[in-house]
Design a protein around this ligand. Structure first.
Ligand code: CDP
Length: 216
């Protein structure tokens, strides 16, 4: 039986990570935050003295990446998010991270993956696809609170500028640009609490699962 893959895509701080984590917990499925892969490549490239904008340097780091490197809290910082978005434009980096993501998705019981290109490139046949959005202002507010909670003091205006810059870079790149898959269900969380967003996501996934079970 094919595995039940849930693709959760969307821009920074849209709520996709929390939604993916909750879906995984409720359905008993493993969850992969694919942003961590790009964050790790960005941080490790910079740490090694390489230039994140250089495809060869970032690509070499992507080849060396192992799963045990993904738990580092340093990957959650604002700097790491920016580095991630810079290395994520490189085709070589994306190609080298593809196998790991597809293997994760192919686990027998199914899996939840959140990112930017899960429903379009990594798992185009996923039976459940969500594209989670919210306005840049609301997303900046959420990210600002999260960074504060992590002890990273930063001005709201700077976080908003980060988010806008990242949206523009992620959406404009040639390699797997951030875009909703044509068959993804759009979930705008601007006016929702995280509880409401998670409930809405669960209903979308339940409907997708019922359709998938009928056809398998
Ligand atoms: O949590 P947040 O949405 O801020 O970031 P993330 O999901 O950890 O992703 C960080 C960066 O990695 C994004 O801005 C993208 O440039 C890149 N990324 C990507 O290109 N493809 C993915 N599947 C996941 C992340």
């Amino acid at each position: 039986m094919a595995s039940f893959v849930i693709a959760v895509d969307g821009p920074a701080a849209s709520g996709k990570g929390t939604i993916a984590t909750r879906l995984g917990r409720e359905l008993g499925l493993p969850v992969l935050d694919t942003g961590l892969l790009y964050r790790a490549v960005g941080v490790l490239t910079a740490q090694a003295g390489g230039n994140p904008d250089d495809e060869a340097a970032a690509g070499a780091t992507a080849t060396r990446l192992t799963a045990d490197l993904l738990a580092d809290p340093a990957l959650r910082t604002r700097t790491a998010g920016e580095l991630a978005s810079r290395v994520a434009v490189h085709r070589k980096v994306r190609e080298r991270l593809l196998g790991f993501q597809r293997t994760f998705a192919a686990q027998p019981g199914g899996a939840v993956l959140d990112g930017r290109d899960i429903g379009t490139v990594i798992c185009p046949d996923a039976p459940a696809k969500l594209y989670v959005t919210a306005t840049p202002e609301i997303r900046a507010e959420r990210r600002w609170k999260q960074l504060e909670g992590q002890g990273e003091a930063v001005a709201y205006a700077d976080v908003l500028a980060d988010i806008r810059r990242r949206d523009a870079r992620d959406g404009a790149r040639d390699a797997a640009p951030m875009v909703a898959a044509p068959d993804a269900t759009l979930l705008d969380t601007t006016e929702m609490t995280i509880e409401q967003a998670a409930d809405a996501a669960r209903r979308i996934v339940e409907a997708a699962r019922a359709r998938w079970e009928r056809s398998h």
